[in-house]
Every structure is written in structure tokens, then in C-alpha cells.
Design a protein around this ligand. Structure first.
Ligand code: HEC
Ligand code: HEC
Ligand code: HEC
Length: 476
């Protein structure tokens, strides 16, 4: 009997233990399951946030080759140092960044150093991305690892000429030009302005193109005051009413960034068309408002004698009648009338589909680059599913459309004197330079001499630092 009771007891005990265990498991399991559901929801939130950040940072513009797969790399960036190919940044373990840890990713994006100590060229805008916050880096990493399809095809290798093929030379350059501070709002800075500053200076890297560069391709000061970008020119977008965009309303800037065209002012071609197409059109209303608010209050940088780019009207009708007879023999007018007038109209007044060529920042600028580049390379910009397209008349033009350097110079000069900045004049040689992708930067012309220059600069800086620390030390 006692045995039985014992057995019963132990069976009960076992039963209750089992039930207890089951209860415990199910009790723990419930929150566990809920937690993992919450976790994966948080995970997919993180991936979605990373995707939005990658759009705001325009990673796709450079990391997708024309007609290629998104983030597969191989986009050729024409720099004054030569062509630099972007990397495959899909999570492929053989051809992409699939073996990167989060720390590797953060270091590559913010400091320009890939695993194995490979120094990236600043064609990858890590000097701007240096400010990306730790939270945002985590979201970007989650997106690139989990939200992007791997592509197992390696991007082409970059082969620059000596000395630029020595990637370690970037150590010196980075000492001069790379900041290490993550973004934090300034004390007393309005929330909207701070967000705008983060979007413009860090994620959107507007300054990479719009801020002037020195001899060594470095940037310091005169933020957003205008700079050459290969064959194009990214104009002054500070609030100066003459040299910049100070006369543009907030709505004008917003329209430009969201659609690529603000009538009577400007349109986005070349690299800016890509910024609008891949990035700006997708920003939330709050973010675009913050970006515009920030851009409109940065310090104005003016140039004496500047005339607002969009202020030039058409030449007066009287003058045209007076000069009419001469114009017929003007080679530029002949090309204009045969090649451009079909779209931009006889008197360049344009229509709903084609912009007028007066009151147009591309023809009224202080420099001819954007008119000449538009004629040579044409452009295409897709916004909201609708493509705006101007055919090229340069190297990639249909045979029947090709214009020589002299033709492009003639038609440009005709457009400048009649509709734009009459002070501008371009020669066939100027056009040839732009056809080749723009002028070569001084640092590239220095060639092999650049290395000693960088080494000397590093020695000077290290020397200065040592001196400063010694002085501090001796004071202490
Ligand atoms: C203006 C063009 C440009 C933009 C925008 C850009 N990149 Fe790059 N990126 C490059 C180029 C060019 C390289 C290759 C540089 C080299 O070979 O030195 C590169 C390299 C990289 C690498 C190193 C890969 C490796 O191991 O070779 C990573 C990671 C990377 N980019 C991530 C990003 C992310 C993330 C973004 C967006 C936040 C981004 N890039 C935006 C041009 C760009
Ligand atoms: C990859 C280089 C590049 C980047 C990055 C870039 N821009 Fe531009 N931007 C240009 C170029 C080139 C033009 C001239 C386009 C044209 O006239 O067709 C331009 C034109 C503009 C204009 C019109 C100015 C005028 O008078 O015509 C505005 C406004 C502007 N950019 C704002 C921005 C803002 C804001 C950002 C950052 C979110 C930005 N850009 C990032 C290259 C760039
Ligand atoms: C088939 C029609 C077509 C022809 C031909 C054409 N264009 Fe255009 N052009 C366009 C379109 C479309 C745009 C862009 C409109 C927009 O951005 O919304 C444009 C834009 C421009 C711009 C502004 C570019 C910028 O950077 O802001 C200039 C300048 C220009 N064209 C000059 C010319 C000249 C000069 C010719 C003749 C050599 C010419 N176009 C021939 C359709 C044409």
C-alpha cells in the first residue's frame, strides 16, 4: 500500500512537475513569442528606417551603374584624378559587403577605411557621412544586410595613375580634411533647423558638390558657395540674392528639389538630376521642409558684381528686328533654329514641356559649364514615374544630331548673347575641355609631386600637434 501511495504520490508529483514545467514554459513562452514578434517588428522597422536613410543619403546614385542592378556598384565616377568605380555594396559574401560587421560598415562609411585597412577615395563622400549618428549607422547596416538582395558580380577595379594608386596617401589627406565628430544639434538650435542641417550637410552631402575645393580637393569654409563637378557646375545655393538663391521662396526651393524644375528659375540636369531622381523626391514633407528651412538660413556668400543667374530676360524685340538681317548669317542662330527651336521655341520662350532659355540659371550663370554640358550630354530625370528628357548633341548623340566643338561654341554664344549672361563667351577649346569631363584639378596636374606635398603637410601637422601638447604639458 505505501508503495502504491508513494507511486501515486510521485506520479502526481511528476505530473504536477510536468504541468508546472509546461505552465512555466508556456508562461515564459508567451512573452518569449510576443517578444520575438516584437523583435522582428522592431527589426523590420529598423530595416525600413535604414532604407529611408539610404535614400536620403543617395547611396544608390553612386552605387548603381547605369542600367545595372541596385547597389551592384561599377558606376564610373569621373574625377580629376581619373575614373573611380564604386563598390558592390550588396550583402554578397563574394562580391559585396556580406562579410562586413557593423563596425566594419561604420568605419567604411564614416571614416573611409574598408576592412583590411583599404583606404577609400573621397569620391565616396565619407567626409560628409562622418557625422552620421550611431543609431542611423545601425539602421543603415540592418538595411544593407537584410533589405538588399545580394549580387554576386564584382564591380570593376579602380586603377588610378601613380601616385593616386597608393591608397595610403589618403591617410595624409584624411588628417587634413576628415572630421570625426558625429552630428549633434548645436546649443539652442531649433529642432527643424538641426534636422535640416543633418539632412543637408551629413546625409544629403550637398556640400560635396556645392562647396568649393582647394588645390588638394579639400573643403573648408565658404559652405555651399559653388563648385565645379566634372563637366558641370554646382552653383552657389547660399541665400545671397545675387550670387546665390536668396530671391527664391521656400516654395521655389521645395519645388526644385521635389520635381527638378522651378519655372522661370532653374531645372536640375547632370548630377543634380540624379539627386532629385534618386533622393529628394522621396523625402517626407517634414524632412524636405527642414532641409529647405536650413538651406535658406545658412550664411550668405556673395561675390561683388554678381548678377542673379535667373534675372536675364530675352533681348528686346526692337533690337531683334534691328539686328534681324545680321542674325540670318549667324552660325549660332542657324544651329539654334535647326536644333533647339523645335523644343525651346523660336524666341526661346519655351512652353509647358520645355523651359524658356531666359530667366534660366543655366544660361545666366557666371560660368558656361551647365549650358555647354546640357548640349553635349543631354539629360534625363524621372520623377513620380514621368521622364523629362533632352537629347545629347555630343559624343553619345545620334549620328545625325552630332555637333562639333565649334558648333556647340557657336550655339552657346548665340544663347548667351540673346537670352543669358551676355558677358559669357566660349571657344571650341572650352567645349573640348568640357567634352572630356571638365578641367583637371591642380592636385592631379601636380601628379607625382603631390605625394611629397602630402607627406610634408602631414609632418607639419604632426609637428604642430607635438608642439601644442608639449606646451600644454609644460604649462601643466
Ligand atoms: C558620391 C558617390 C557615392 C555615394 C553618394 C556613396 N558612395 Fe559609397 N562609395 C563610392 C565609391 C566611388 C566607392 C569606392 C571608393 C574606392 O574604391 O576607394 C565607395 C565605397 C563604399 C564602400 C566600401 C566598399 C568596399 O569594401 O570596397 C561602402 C561600404 C560604401 N561605399 C557604402 C556607401 C553607403 C552606405 C552610402 C550611402 C550612405 C554610400 N556608400 C554613398 C561612392 C559613393
Ligand atoms: C552630385 C553633385 C550634387 C549634389 C550632391 C547636390 N547638388 Fe545641387 N546641383 C548640382 C549641380 C551640378 C547643379 C546645377 C544643375 C543644372 O543647372 O542643371 C545643382 C543645382 C542645384 C540648385 C539650383 C541652383 C540654381 O540656381 O540653378 C539647388 C537649389 C540645389 N542644387 C540644391 C541642392 C541641395 C539642397 C543639395 C543637397 C540635398 C544638393 N543640391 C546636392 C550638383 C549637386
Ligand atoms: C527634343 C527637345 C529638346 C531639344 C531639341 C533641345 N532641348 Fe534643351 N531641354 C529640353 C528639355 C525637356 C529640358 C529640361 C526641362 C526640365 O528640366 O524640366 C531642356 C533643358 C535645357 C536647358 C536647361 C539645362 C539646365 O542645366 O538647367 C538648356 C540650357 C537647354 N535645354 C538648351 C538647349 C539648347 C541650346 C538646345 C539646342 C542645341 C536644346 N536645348 C535642344 C528639350 C530639348
Amino acid at each position: 500500500v505505501p508503495d502504491v501511495s508513494l507511486k501515486v504520490l510521485s506520479a502526481r508529483k511528476r505530473g504536477s512537475r510536468l504541468r508546472g514545467l509546461l505552465l512555466a514554459v508556456s508562461l515564459c513562452g508567451m512573452p518569449l513569442a510576443a517578444a520575438s514578434a516584437q523583435q522582428s517588428a522592431a527589426g523590420s522597422d529598423l530595416v525600413a528606417r535604414g532604407k529611408y536613410l539610404a535614400t536620403a543619403a543617395d547611396c544608390a546614385a553612386c552605387h548603381t551603374a547605369p542600367g545595372g542592378k541596385t547597389y551592384g556598384g561599377g558606376y564610373a565616377l569621373a574625377t580629376p584624378m581619373g575614373v573611380i568605380f564604386s563598390s558592390n555594396i550588396t550583402p554578397s559574401k563574394t562580391a559585396g559587403i556580406g562579410n562586413y560587421t557593423k563596425e566594419d560598415f561604420a568605419r567604411a562609411v564614416r571614416e573611409g577605411v574598408a576592412p583590411g585597412g583599404k583606404h577609400l577615395y573621397p569620391a565616396m563622400p565619407y567626409t560628409a557621412y562622418a557625422g552620421i549618428t550611431d543609431d542611423d549607422i545601425a539602421a543603415l547596416y540592418a538595411y544593407f544586410m537584410q533589405g538588399v538582395a545580394p549580387i554576386d558580380v564584382a564591380a570593376p577595379q579602380t586603377h588610378l595613375k601613380f601616385p593616386f594608386n597608393i591608397r595610403a596617401s589618403m591617410i595624409g589627406w584624411n588628417m587634413l580634411y576628415l572630421g570625426h565628430d558625429r552630428f549633434v544639434p548645436h546649443q539652442g538650435e531649433q529642432t527643424q533647423i538641426a534636422r535640416g542641417r543633418y539632412l543637408a550637410d551629413v546625409l544629403g552631402h550637398c556640400g560635396t558638390c556645392h562647396t568649393p575645393r582647394d588645390m588638394m580637393m579639400g573643403q573648408h569654409g565658404n559652405s555651399l558657395a559653388g563648385s565645379a563637378v566634372g563637366a558641370w557646375y554646382a552653383p552657389n545655393i547660399t541665400p545671397d540674392p545675387k550670387a546665390g538663391i536668396g530671391t527664391w521662396s521656400a516654395a521655389d526651393v521645395t519645388r526644385y528639389l521635389q520635381t527638378g524644375r522651378t519655372e522661370g528659375k532653374a531645372q536640375a540636369a547632370g548630377p543634380m538630376a540624379e539627386v532629385v531622381e534618386h533622393s529628394m523626391q522621396y523625402l517626407s514633407e517634414d524632412d524636405i521642409a527642414a532641409l529647405v528651412a536650413y538651406i535658406r538660413q545658412v550664411p550668405a556668400v556673395g561675390a561683388s558684381g554678381a548678377v542673379a543667374r535667373d534675372s536675364f530676360g530675352p533681348r528686346s524685340q526692337d533690337e531683334q528686328t534691328l539686328r534681324g538681317a545680321r542674325d540670318v548669317h549667324d552660325k549660332g542662330w542657324e544651329i539654334y533654329s535647326g536644333t533647339c527651336a523645335g523644343c525651346h521655341q523660336e524666341n526661346a520662350e519655351g512652353n509647358a514641356d520645355y523651359p524658356s532659355l531666359f530667366h534660366n540659371s543655366a544660361t545666366g550663370a557666371e560660368r558656361p559649364d551647365n549650358l555647354v554640358s546640357t548640349i553635349l550630354f543631354g539629360f534625363s530625370r524621372t520623377v513620380d514615374g514621368k521622364t523629362t528628357f533632352m537629347p545629347p548633341f555630343g559624343p553619345r548623340a545620334l549620328r545625325t544630331n552630332q555637333l562639333s566643338d565649334q558648333d556647340v561654341a557657336d550655339v552657346s554664344n548665340y544663347v548667351f548673347t540673346h537670352y543669358g549672361n551676355p558677358k559669357l563667351h566660349v571657344s571650341a577649346e572650352d567645349v573640348a575641355t568640357i567634352r572630356k569631363g571638365g578641367p583637371v584639378a591642380p592636385i592631379a596636374r601636380l601628379g607625382a609631386f603631390a605625394i611629397p606635398g602630402i607627406v610634408i603637410a602631414v609632418i607639419v601637422i604632426v609637428g604642430l600637434l607635438v608642439w601644442i601638447f608639449r606646451r600644454r604639458g609644460s604649462k601643466a
